[in-house]
Design a protein around this ligand. Structure first.
Ligand code: FNR
Length: 383
């Protein structure tokens, strides 16, 4: 077993182990992938202030996100088809998150259902919803999330229509994979993955198949998305979800201060500054670059989280220092899951935790809650 010291190590193992269709699904952005790339590279332009001769003993990364205690302010983002990266992947990721003490967010587009994940975990997780045309189906999803004791819903507002990812179309992405000469040839080279998949019955979209009406082919992601997602989403509808749900609501996919204001005005408990990891509007600014202006606009009125591009604990520290109360990782844990299952998700969390803790110490901070602009040199053009 190679020595794993960073998230890139996990990505490399993941790439070797996973059929191309599912690796490409995660490791891609829309169109030219400019935003996908800049989400990560823009973190590197922010520099850290080294401080010395400060007592760095007794450090803590503990914090809270939407009032819930977290071992570090890093949640697992909703990731569709996680159960195709590793058999029963959503259960494995949720269990790793629970053991580590960070929130897990289950995607609407998961392979394991809400009930599957609830049956294999003991702590409440968060449930992510897309806006679908079928109100009855949406209300039923909320009921199922309530029955599963989910402690918050994450309403993703940046996917009324699907941003095209060329690789997915070329690969004919579907869950389970359609058996073509190309997909069979590729899967045959990934024997451990294939054996794992044969060992589970969970290979379809567990929240959708058997639950959604009027959908012709829920095994095909792009077909289902085009048919079922509601292009007519507006703020009244988001406010209505809050009413239906009656609990905590996180609005995910905010990139502009005006939209952040609307989310705060409808009483969101938190917003996620996010461009969906560069998977939707290619050409959009990176989320870390937009964070300061959103913090300026609504930081006093609503809790602010950030995702898109985080690959290290240093990235987490930079987001927190710029005013985010919490962060999410999507690909970073998906790499771990695809590489090594549950142990790989734990490894990803350990790597990020260690990087965050050591960087915090070298910046002269002992408590993650005290990070702020005093820790950074921020270039012009951020915010
Ligand atoms: C996602 N993301 C996502 N978001 C969401 O709200 N529902 C979903 O089903 C998915 N599915 C999904 C699949 C894959 C493979 C990826 C990589 C991402 C977006 C996700 O929640 C998050 O915003 C990004 O992953 C953050 O960027 P990083 O951390 O991957 O760079």
């Amino acid at each position: 077993m190679p020595v794993i010291t960073n998230i890139e190590d996990l990505r490399r193992i993941y790439e070797r182990r996973t059929p191309r269709m599912f690796y490409d699904y995660a490791e891609s952005g829309s169109w030219t992938e400019q935003t996908f790339r800049e989400n990560t590279s823009d973190f590197s332009h922010i520099r850290l202030k080294q401080r010395v001769a400060v007592d760095m003993s007794g450090r803590s990364t503990k914090s809270q996100m939407i009032g819930e205690d977290v071992a570090m302010p890093v949640a697992l983002a909703p990731v569709g088809l996680t159960g195709m990266q590793s058999a029963d992947g959503e259960i494995k990721a949720a269990r790793a998150a629970e053991k580590f003490g960070v929130p897990y967010t289950l995607s609407t587009m998961s392979i394991c259902s809400i009930e599957d994940v609830a049956a294999h975990t003991t702590k409440p997780f968060w449930f992510q919803v897309y806006t679908l045309k079928d109100d009855d189906f949406m209300r039923r999803l909320f009921e199922r999330a309530h029955e599963a004791k989910c402690s918050a819903i994450v309403v993703t507002v940046d996917l009324q229509v699907l941003g095209q990812r060329h690789k997915d179309l070329k690969n004919g992405l579907s869950a389970p994979p359609k058996l073509t000469a190309k997909s069979i040839a590729n899967m045959m080279t990934k024997i451990p993955w294939g054996l794992e998949m044969l060992g589970t019955k969970r290979r379809f979209f567990g929240n959708i198949v058997g639950h959604a009406k009027g959908v012709s082919d829920p095994s095909s992601l792009s077909t289902w998305t085009a048919e079922a997602f509601d292009p007519a989403l507006n703020w009244d509808r988001i406010a209505q979800f809050k009413e239906w749900w009656g609990g905590k609501v996180i609005v995910k996919g905010i990139m502009e201060p005006e939209d952040a204001r609307r989310a705060a005005d409808i009483g969101a408990d938190a917003i996620v500054v996010s461009n969906h990891g560069g998977r939707q509007l290619d050409g959009a600014v990176s989320s870390i670059r937009m964070l300061p202006s959103i913090v300026d606009a609504v930081g006093k009125d609503v809790e602010i989280h950030l995702d898109s591009g985080i690959r290290t604990g240093q990235d987490v520290l930079k987001a927190l220092a710029l005013g985010a109360k919490g962060t999410y990782i999507g690909r970073a844990y998906t790499y771990g899951l695809g590489a090594m299952g549950q142990a790989g998700v734990t490894k990803a969390l350990e790597v990020i935790h260690k990087e965050l803790d050591v960087t915090m110490a070298l910046c002269g901070e002992t408590d993650v809650k005290n990070l702020g602009p005093q820790n950074l040199y921020v270039p012009k053009g951020y915010g």
